[in-house]
Write a protein that binds this ligand. Structure first.
Ligand code: SF4
Length: 362
């Protein structure tokens, strides 16, 4: 086991960069790799990794930020619920500034009187419901396989305690179906994926077997600079060889089987269905809705959410950026009208968003 300083060691990083450059030269063609984790996008920006790679290695960002991939329709549904009188709407902080149709945000709704509370963890919603026996608490459940088990744990606790005033608007999403879609996108023509570290602690590296079966490289990678460079080197080693596999660079956090207990809990409380992603459209089997056994906690069943005429923010290119086919700097609003202090689209709102990372780190 290495100590954390080793994962930031400049000499190790230099050595890995030299090996990446040598391998890129031997491969002798352009290689396109995608990172699909918001934390990777942040770290790659913070450490300037993209600028250190040989010009033939293109590293594109994918749909790794849960706030960014939440569809405008789901944002509008959240805004509808949050504005209902007598209801307490609980949400993670990043969602507060994501604009819905017409540009309104939860922050603005709260300023105009809606009872909206930011929670740091889904586990807080049980105590919130217990402390508000006369009110209805609705939590916006957002995130990938990393977050959904925590929401599942909260709902199981609420179920055991007989709590009757809590529900969840589930917009949780599953990562592998989105990667399948991107794998088949001829506009991207990907050679491989830098697979997410955190999600993989839950689902395990075996969940990406379809990537290797499709003849592409996959490496589950950690978040320090040496992790990312080692992950990229391991990807290029696969690109250079006939073999394809799902390798684990982040071995201190990820096992091939993942965390079966957390996954069992997630599948007890949620069931898999189709989900709409911003930029990617509706992806079969990529969403988690609340299972029949827990349906009394389903905000979509508890409250009537009307069909709304949802529309993306005009001029925002988040959809194409999330598909990896466009860079933030090509959006005419980037830096001019859209900044982290005054974001126009979700990719600039969240610190894990691609536009926010490009704004901060160039
Ligand atoms: Fe959307 Fe702003 Fe990014 Fe442009 S810079 S794509 S408006 S978030």
């Amino acid at each position: 086991m290495r100590y954390i300083d080793e994962y930031r060691n400049p000499l190790l990083a230099r050595g890995l960069l030299d090996r990446i450059a040598a391998l890129a030269g031997r491969i002798g063609r352009p290689v396109t790799l995608m990172e699909v984790c918001g934390s990777h996008t942040q770290a790659i920006g913070r450490y300037g990794i993209r600028s250190l790679l040989p010009p033939s290695i293109r590293l594109v960002s994918g749909p790794g930020c849960p706030v960014c991939v939440t569809s405008i329709r789901d944002v509008d549904a959240a805004h509808h619920l949050a504005a209902l009188p007598g209801l307490i709407f609980a949400v993670f902080g990043d969602m507060m500034r994501v604009p819905g149709t017409g540009g309104k945000t939860l922050q603005q709704l709260r300023a105009s009187g809606a009872e909206i509370r930011v929670v740091p963890s889904a586990l807080d919603i049980v105590a919130m419901a217990e402390n508000e026996p006369g009110g209805e608490v609705v939590f916006m459940g957002i995130g990938f396989e990393t977050t959904a088990p925590t929401v599942a744990a909260a709902l199981r606790t609420a179920d055991r305690k007989g709590i009757g005033n809590l529900s969840v608007l589930s917009v949780h999403k599953l990562v592998p179906p989105a990667l399948r879609l991107l794998l088949a996108d001829p506009a991207l023509n990907l050679d491989g994926f830098l697979c997410p570290g955190h999600v993989s602690t839950m689902i395990g590296s075996r969940a990406y077997a379809f990537i290797a079966e499709a003849g592409r490289a996959a490496v589950v990678t950690g978040f320090e600079p040496v992790d990312i460079l080692e992950g990229l080197l391991m990807l290029l080693e696969q690109v250079d060889a006939p073999r394809r596999e799902v390798a684990i660079q982040y071995s201190r956090g990820v096992r091939p089987e993942g965390n079966p207990r957390a996954m069992a809990l997630m599948h007890e409380v949620f069931e898999t269905g189709d989900a709409e992603w911003r930029g990617l459209g509706t992806i079969e089997g990529s969403g988690l809705s609340i299972s029949r056994a827990y349906e009394r906690f389903d905000a979509r069943k508890r409250f009537a959410i009307p069909e709304m005429a949802s529309a993306e923010v005009p001029g925002c290119a988040c959809g194409e950026i999330l598909r990896g086919i466009r860079e933030p700097a090509t959006c005419p609003l980037f830096r001019r009208l859209c900044t982290p202090a005054d974001p126009v689209g979700p990719c600039m709102v969240s610190s894990e968003g691609t536009c926010a990372a490009h704004y901060r780190y160039g």
